[in-house]
Design a protein around this ligand. Structure first.
Ligand SMILES: Nc1ncnc2c1ncn2[C@@H]1O[C@H](COP(=O)(O)OP(=O)(O)OP(=O)(O)O)[C@@H](O)[C@H]1O
Ligand SMILES: [Mg+2]
Length: 236
């Protein structure tokens, strides 16, 4: 029990829409168990529900039915304040788009998630971690640049550092390499794997790129609203 980080049990999702008629389900009876330090890949065609699933795992959205638990804590039992605290401290997000704030420097962007803490922490320590991580991803010379002044690959690396700044147990990455060329995609992906090895961060990564997914320990595929181990041939 204690060594399960994330557990999904019978998770289904149906969005409320204004449209008439039957509302289709996006996810149906999804089960998943992830242990600390694991790397998990999620594949699936566009519109298959990958972002929906990641949002539920990251407590940004709730399942219509079923249960999502993090370290045995049922996420649907938490109020908004508890949820945002959990998102801030336990989970790092790398979104499909980087969402860096254009008017802030790279260093300031990376420090945004640390600003909601209720004080007490040593700011200089936090800033040192930010600088060390930016150094580690090759952005040590870009601290005072704005997002518009660096390349797409560099922006994604900055987004990785921002996701890691609060030392989350779980890193959720939604197509982190989608907007990058092959070389930048490979190096960003290697960075995520390195962080998994060196910091023990559990990684759940949505990707379209099969060669990248194959570097992850376990790979699942979302198809027909269900999650199944990838590569499992139907009817064999
Ligand atoms: N807020 C919403 N309200 C209603 N329907 C939604 C909402 N968000 C997503 N959907 C629908 O749910 C389905 C799954 O969307 P989702 O974004 O999870 O797919 P995805 O697998 O991440 O796709 P992509 O690879 O293109 O990012 C889509 O048909 C989408 O239109
Ligand atoms: Mg998506």
């Amino acid at each position: 029990m204690s060594d399960v980080l994330l557990k999904l049990e019978g998770v289904s999702k149906q969005y409320d829409t204004e449209s008439e008629g039957e509302i289709p389900r996006v996810l149906e009876n999804v089960d998943l168990e992830v242990h600390p330090g694991e790397t998990v890949g999620i594949l699936g065609p566009s519109g298959s529900g990958k972002t929906t699933l990641l949002n539920i795992i990251g407590a940004l959205d709730k399942p219509t039915s079923g249960q999502a638990t993090l370290r045995g804590k049922d996420l649907s039992g938490l109020n908004e304040e508890q949820l945002s605290d959990l998102r801030n401290r336990e989970i790092g997000f790398i979104f499909q788009m980087h969402h860096l704030l254009p008017q802030l420097s790279i260093l300031e962007n990376v420090l945004v998630p640390t600003l909601v803490h209720d004080g007490g922490e040593d700011r200089s320590k936090i800033e040192k971690r930010a600088k060390d991580l930016l150094e580690k991803v090759g952005l040590g010379h870009r601290l005072n640049y704005r997002p518009g002044q660096i390349s797409g690959g560099e922006r994604q690396r900055a987004a990785v550092v921002r996701a890691l700044i609060n030392q989350p147990a779980l890193l959720l990455a939604d197509e982190p390499t989608g907007a990058l060329d092959q070389e930048n995609a490979d190096s960003l992906f290697d960075l995520l794997l390195q962080l998994n090895r060196e910091e023990g961060i559990t990684l759940i990564c949505v990707t379209h790129a099969l060669p990248l997914a194959e570097k992850l320990a376990r790979v699942f595929e979302l198809r027909n609203k269900r999650l199944a181990p990838s590569g499992e041939k139907q009817g064999v």
